[in-house]
Design a protein around this ligand. Structure first.
Ligand code: FAD
Ligand code: NAI
Length: 464
């Protein structure tokens, strides 16, 4: 009889967990994955990346058709109207197809889905629902949950978190977003495009912390141009709800006179925190750091032998692709191979219009490390963007002044999310800006702007 029920038990079936489970099974390990939700795919597929991108796409189509964006191209569309129920239905369909797809992949790879909440009994034993299972190796991939704002109650009707904001039954008249981060800007954009007045209240003096300074400034300019109101250096001191309206009290972050905003919807989007609630980590001996994250080493091993952790529950950016790559790597490490994730090259994308993307260091962070060279190229001078009347944004390449090695790339463009992959690949291969500048790029494409920005690092762009 086998010593354990499973070689590997993964807890959580988000992008980190489901990928780890599939890779472990592919490597010949008997694998189970515990998931408390009714469907697989975690935050990302159920209430994160996928439904938000579905609404971003659909709301962009609505804005373009209803605001006459096509007319200048000779496409005249009269009387576009919004059917919000249909928009939500198509989103739900996409989510269903993708979560169902993971279920199919589990069956195909012979991963057993243990339905229910996993609770540690000891370092090798976990209770899932009314079943108790043992495993030689256990991967914790329990993700993250919304950070609450003290004193503000999320009722998912008037005051919502991202999950509520993905399912509002009607377009709010005035949506106040607390937090000018990724969620606030993406979901704020959705509802603005559908007709809401949107006010974003951000504590810091700039939106999008962690992004390159120039990119943060330019993004703010573009969001304002689109009609979004940005109240930076402002803190929310209270939210009261009466019937179907909320009063949001704000004041300058540095202190000063308070003012109130009346809204029929308030989105709290001030970050997410690691989710270890109810796991009973004490029974396993796994410890948390001060931020509530599970600390791991380079191999994703925790402080307890045979217990590993990946994704949003460990330190690092809370991104689906980072969790996925860690999922592959941890399974390979468990199987005795060498699983590695290069955490210096994790792209980040805000899926607004234009998209905002970056990989590697911001100009500020790069400068702190040493001497740098910076090359920039605006889409105003890119022939394809110009042809498409799609000229907002720029590409910025940051390279080491001595070695010319690319340290960071930042892009604002309708295609930034797709283009950033090329930059990430170049950085992964240790490219110099000269390597990019001398790589032949197809014409006419937005990608030529990356080549020209790299040429600008050399001081020799052609088209500007
Ligand atoms: P999760 O996806 O959170 O999955 C963890 C799973 O574990 C959950 O399904 C949970 O039910 C389960 N679980 C927890 N505890 C237990 C337990 N004890 N027993 C059993 N199961 C348990 N990232 C991007 O890269 N791109 C995007 O466009 C993007 N958009 C987003 C939009 C929104 C609105 C939000 C909220 C997030 C978005 N993210 C995006 C972030 C992304 O969703 C997360 O980084 C990603 O889901 C993390 O994956 P994970 O596997 O670590 O955890
Ligand atoms: P975030 O960390 O991106 O932004 C939160 C913002 O709220 C910050 O700008 C912060 O300064 C501000 N803030 C914090 N407390 C505040 C307060 N009291 N008042 C006003 N502002 C306050 O977090 P967000 O947007 O909630 O997203 C959570 C996570 O989900 C992020 O880590 C992100 O990586 C991930 N995500 C990724 C997406 C993508 O990759 N496209 C899309 C959506 C989410």
């Amino acid at each position: 009889m086998a010593e354990y029920d499973y070689d590997v038990l993964v807890i959580g079936a988000g992008p980190g967990g489901y990928v780890a489970a599939i890779r472990a099974a592919q490597l010949g390990l008997k694998t189970a994955c515990a998931e408390a939700r009714e469907t697989l795919g975690g935050t990302c597929l159920n209430v994160g990346c996928i439904p938000s991108k579905a609404l971003l796409h659909a709301s962009e189509l609505f804005e373009e058709t209803s605001h006459g964006a096509f007319a200048k191209f000779g496409v005249e569309i009269a009387g576009a109207t919004l059917n919000l129920d249909q928009m939500h239905a198509e989103k739900v369909k996409a989510v269903g197809e993708l979560t169902g797809g993971i279920e199919y992949l589990f069956k195909k790879n012979k991963v057993t889905w243990l339905k229910g909440k996993a609770v540690f009994q000891d370092a090798g034993t976990v209770k899932v629902g009314d079943q108790t299972v043992t495993a030689r190796d256990i991967v914790i991939a329990t993700g993250s949950v919304v950070t609450p704002l003290p004193g503000v109650t999320i009722d998912q009707k008037v005051v919502v978190d991202s999950t509520g904001a993905l399912a509002l039954p009607k377009v709010p008249e005035h949506l106040v977003v607390i937090g000018g981060g990724v969620i606030g800007l993406e979901l704020g954009s959705v509802w603005r495009r559908l007709g809401a007045k949107v006010t974003v209240v951000e504590y810091l003096d700039q939106i999008l912390p962690g992004f390159d300074g120039e990119v943060r400034k330019e993004s703010a300019k573009l969001f304002k141009k689109q009609g979004m109101e940005l109240k930076t250096s402002t803190k929310v001191t209270g939210v009261t709800v009466e019937g179907d309206r909320a009063t949001v009290t704000v004041e300058p972050a540095a202190g000063g006179a308070a003012e109130t905003l009346s809204a029929d919807a308030v989105l709290v989007a001030i970050g997410r925190k690691p989710n270890t609630d109810g796991l009973n980590l004490d029974a396993a001996g796994v410890t948390l750091n001060q931020r509530g994250q599970i600390e791991i080493d380079h191999d994703f091993a925790t402080n307890v032998d045979g217990i590993w952790a990946i994704g949003d529950v460990v330190p690092g950016p809370m991104l689906a692709h980072k969790a996925e790559d860690e999922g592959v790597a941890v399974a390979e490490n468990i199987a005795g191979q060498t699983g590695i994730v290069n955490h210096d090259v994790i792209p980040s994308v805000v899926y607004t219009m234009p998209e905002i993307a970056g990989v590697g260091l911001s100009e500020e962070a790069a400068k702190e490390k040493g001497e740098i060279k910076v090359g920039k190229f605006p889409f105003m001078a890119n022939s394809r963007a110009k042809t498409n009347r799609d000229t907002d944004g720029f590409v910025k390449v940051i390279a080491d002044a001595k070695t010319d090695r690319v340290l960071g790339v930042w892009i604002i463009s309708s295609l930034a999310g797709t283009m950033i992959a090329q930059a990430a690949q170049a950085m992964e291969f240790g490219a110099t800006s000269e390597d990019i500048a001398y790589t032949c790029h197809a014409h006419p494409t937005h990608s030529e702007a990356l080549k020209e920005a790299a040429m600008a690092v050399q001081g020799k762009p052609i088209h500007i």
